[in-house]
Write a protein of this length. Sequence first.
Length: 271
Amino acid sequence: MYELDYVKKRKRKRVVAIGTSIGAMGVSVFAIVAFLGRFVGTFTVTVNNGDVNLALCESSTFDNPQSLLRLESLPAYEEWTYGRLPDATILDNEDTPYTYGANRNPTTNEVTSFNYFKYTFFVKNVGTNIAQYKISYNIVENKPASDGRSLEDTIRVMIYDNKSDPDDHSNVSVFAKEAAEVNYKADGTPTMQEFVAEYPFNDTEDEDHPLSEKFKSSEVVTDYIVPMFAPNDVRRVTVVMWLEGYDPQSVGDPPKGASLKLGVNINAYEN
């Protein structure tokens, strides 16, 4: 789809997203990324309700509200880079299919791999009570390769979480593991934040070279609370995941046998 003209020349790596689901009242979401060749996976979003009543939909119109959203047969992933992602108007958009970042067989048009994965869905309070929910993106399981390298060193998780206004993409963050070496903010302050993409000969933040937010811990990417979620309120969530080819730890052959399970928990209750 794009010419990757400035990513380091090395063997391209494949990653798989397997089995993702999002739920309320303690139901978990799981996404496994691993160097597993052409293993085929799924992406699932689920919601269970207790004292509050939330619904999910891939459309802002909620013409078909669900408690389960599921994608089947996700292919392997290729290494990619932040600078080649589309802008927010494309990524954080319900009209952009999750296959937008796919590579296709030129003869059959079959999807053969993903450069990155994006999935947009909506959460709506369809009940009569004001709700509040905490959403937590977790590292549920991390299996390193035999040489000790881990996928968490190079994975990037970008999260858009906004109200349903299609022109509002302001609430977005990119998350990465703490840097292996010291970097520098634009004012010269040292930081252990990792760059979203590490470009050659540049260890200082600037407008085109942003720092990512650090994973909250070895087990949590990030978490936050959405308060005062009133009846008929809608939020649009887009999750984008890729392996950053410009991460300084992305070198050599792929860490064969490594896998990473990402989980998202939504705990919803009356406000």
